[in-house]
Design a protein around this ligand. Structure first.
Ligand code: SF4
Length: 431
């Protein structure tokens, strides 16, 4: 476990934001658009920008954790036709709420990051796909785009250079599945938002069948800071292979839920302390460390785990999007899993049988256990259904539905067995 005693917890993307200073002039006063202007005025070769990203060890902040510099290097530079850059602000998983804060409080960091990405990959058109259930943030982002255009930071001849980049906001419809990158592209094209078979991957066959790079909001927003401080310096903020800072959305049974940007590799215990500790001084029971699809971890284990991709994987879960859901001793694990299972059942797009049928089956079984009608063989059956979903579907939603089931049953089996045997909850002060 890394000690933070001598490390400085200093945010980058969320630094100095007060809810009002989101305008372009505020961003510029904080040093904003300097990275983009420097790249363009010094005509820094695109390959050098990508090399800086690789040196930063920035990994995709949307959940998959794929190295961003490597992803950008996949874009065919010499492609003769239109290429696209897409930002995924379709944040809809339970526990996630960081991207909407970025476009609400620091939208120009995202715009600058996308413009730098467009320059590095030779792209002239970009879209930001914003979740359909957030409205004020969509309007805010539209306003920020207008400000950037008026200031010559978007459009033609950006900052007096020969670089052109048109950026548009697109308001989605609120389906969770549209956060899956190929479903997002389908939706952006005006079709039903259902995931595509992969391959081909968006880098070769993306929006309108053209090469497309898709990154998460936080990933793009980190780019100007990386270019300003240098890739190696950014990497040094975190741990090897886990460079830089990350925004963690902590929710659940803590005193001060919210977004906290801290270096990757920070102990979970430090984040919990930043969030004011456990609400009412209760004992920690369980933590879902990376959005609702990440396997649940027993509280005591989590208290000794660092918040980075590799440490969380070692503890048996995923860092995902950094949405940390904390549950105290009064939480019923059967009820919690019932709620999660219902979410995936509700959000399945229905294209593939294991997911369409399996998510409903999982939900109905957990519902049955929760309501005192479970049978002893149900727990093995839950695992068997999860086995028959995971890895057998077009997109990762199937896995996302199966993994929590397995982890809840494995880590809290005695609670499920108690429910089945006694027809009610084991937790004394059930809420
Ligand atoms: Fe749709 Fe589920 Fe198949 Fe994904 S796994 S394509 S959400 S049915």
């Amino acid at each position: 476990m890394t000690s933070l005693h001598n490390r400085h917890i200093k945010p980058l993307i969320l630094a100095g934001l007060d809810g009002k200073n989101w305008h372009l002039q505020d961003y510029v006063a904080r040093g904003g658009y300097e990275s983009l202007k420097r790249i363009l005025s010094e005509k820094i070769p695109p390959e050098q920008v990508i090399a800086e990203l690789k040196a930063s060890s920035l990994r995709g902040r949307g959940g998959a954790g794929f190295p961003t510099g490597l992803k950008w290097s996949f874009m065919p530079r010499q492609f003769p036709g239109q290429k696209y850059l897409v930002c995924n602000t379709d944040e809809g998983e339970p526990g996630t709420f960081k991207d909407r804060d970025i476009i609400r409080y620091n939208p120009h960091a995202l715009i600058e990051g996308m413009a730098i990405g467009a320059y590095a990959m030779g792209i002239s058109v970009g879209y930001n796909y914003i979740h359909g259930e957030i409205f004020a943030e969509y309007d805010r982002f539209e306003e920020a785009i207008e400000e950037a255009r008026a200031a010559g930071m978007l459009g033609n001849n950006i900052a007096g250079s020969e670089f052109n980049f048109q950026l548009h906001a697109f308001h989605g419809y609120g389906a969770y599945i549209c956060g899956e990158e190929t479903a997002l592209l389908e939706s952006l094209e005006g079709k039903k938002g259902q995931p595509r078979f992969k391959p081909p991957f968006p880098a070769s066959f993306g929006l309108y069948g053209k090469p497309t790079t898709i990154n998460n909001t936080e990933t793009f927003a980190a780019v100007p800071f990386i270019l300003a401080m240098g890739g190696e310096n950014y990497a040094a903020l975190g741990k090897p292979n886990n460079g830089g800072t990350k925004i963690f959305s902590i929710s659940g049974d803590v005193e001060r839920p919210g977004n906290y940007e801290i270096p990757l590799g920070t102990p979970f215990a430090t984040l919990l302390e930043l969030a004011g500790g456990m609400r009412g001084g209760k004992k920690i029971k369980a933590v879902i460390p990376g959005g609702s699809s990440a396997p649940v971890i027993v509280g005591d284990v989590m208290m000794n785990t660092d918040l980075d991709y590799d440490s969380i994987a070692k503890a048996g879960s995923m860092l995902g999007s950094g949405a940390v859901i904390v549950m105290d001793e009064t939480r019923c694990m059967v009820k919690s899993l019932e709620r999660l299972s219902y979410f995936y059942f509700e959000e399945s797009c229905g294209q593939c049988t294991p997911c369409r049928e399996g998510t409903g089956w999982l939900y109905r079984m957990v519902h049955r256990i929760e309501h005192g009608q479970g049978r002893p063989e149900d727990l093995d059956m839950l695992n068997a259904i999860a086995d028959n979903i995971q890895g057998k579907t077009i997109c990762a939603l199937g896995d996302a539905a199966a993994m929590p089931v397995r982890a809840f049953v494995k880590n809290f089996r005695e609670e499920f067995e108690y429910h089945i045997e006694h027809k009610h909850c084991l937790v004394p002060t059930y809420m």
